[in-house]
Design a protein around this ligand. Structure first.
Ligand SMILES: [Zn+2]
Ligand SMILES: [Zn+2]
Length: 274
């Protein structure tokens, strides 16, 4: 199985609405500098013959993140601007897909059923929703996607992260969490059976003083995560970066420090054979 990084920005993306910082202004002037919102594509390993592709999260950038090919399924981590709203592009106004499997929680399914325009996707048969819960394993492409529940206090649906089991390696994906719980740290560090080889994890902020309203939108900072994960064998990549995160810039001191400590940024287009 091949895992591709389709984007690494926090839900608000880069450029960020209402922001005139250097990074956002540059992204407006040069679209190639824009950062797409965090999500993953899971594909058959041999891309020449690839005929299956699954998304982890449906971002508002979905139009630029998928090829013209059919989508075989979408796993949603939770209900949120950057994680779910891309579903709307599966409907009649767009390609009018038929029966795309969407794997999500019971609560999110209820939300989809009750609220337009999501309800229309279900009523018109654009999507078929399959409810998932902690511990479920969905088999696909000689591997499976294991569902792990975590907390996200600002959303009312369940919040999932995913252990993606390939034929040879495991890749752990947690793009958006509030704080590190012991259980989720263990998933990065040692998992139940073996160490996951690769972990792509929440790197929204570099430090807590990066934005004024950090306490309202808190995430584990890269600084604290690096300190906690320093002695881990897993290859760790950060994703879901806010536009204010100095590590976004390749020439920043912070990026230099991150790489010196053997962490990386999950860049759009990166591929992992698992
Ligand atoms: Zn998010
Ligand atoms: Zn900005």
């Amino acid at each position: 199985m091949k895992v591709e990084v389709l984007g690494n920005a926090q839900d608000g993306g880069v450029p960020h609405l209402g922001c005139e910082c250097e990074m956002c202004e540059e992204a407006r002037e040069k679209p190639e500098k824009a950062k797409k919102i965090a999500s993953l594509l899971l594909e058959e390993g041999d891309s020449e013959n690839s005929n299956a592709q699954y998304l982890i999260d449906a971002t508002p950038d979905i139009r630029y993140q998928t090829t013209g090919k059919y989508i075989d399924g979408v796993f949603l981590s939770h209900e949120g601007l950057g994680h779910m709203t891309g579903l709307l592009f599966l409907g009649k106004e767009s390609h009018n897909y038929e029966g795309i499997p969407v794997y999500t929680s019971e609560k999110a399914n209820e939300f989809l059923q009750k609220n337009d325009p999501y309800r229309l996707l279900k009523d018109r048969g654009n999507i078929d929703v399959y409810e998932i819960e902690d511990g479920d394993k969905q088999n696909l492409m000689n591997g499976c996607v294991e569902v792990i529940e975590t907390e996200h206090p600002r959303v009312e649906t369940n919040n999932f992260c995913f252990m993606i089991h390939g034929e040879e390696k495991k890749l752990f994906y947690v793009s958006d969490i509030h704080e590190w719980s012991h259980e989720i740290k263990q998933k990065v560090k040692e998992a139940d059976i073996a160490i996951p080889d690769i972990a792509i994890i929440d790197g929204t902020f570099w430090s807590a003083d990066e934005i004024e309203r950090y306490s309202e939108v808190s995430h584990p900072t890269i600084i604290t995560t690096m300190a906690e994960m320093e002695d881990v064998d897993t290859e760790i990549y950060f994703t879901h970066l806010n536009h204010t995160n100095p590590a976004y810039r390749e020439d920043s001191e912070e990026r230099g420090e991150l790489e010196e400590r053997e962490f990386e940024i999950a860049e759009q287009g990166m591929e992992f054979e698992i």
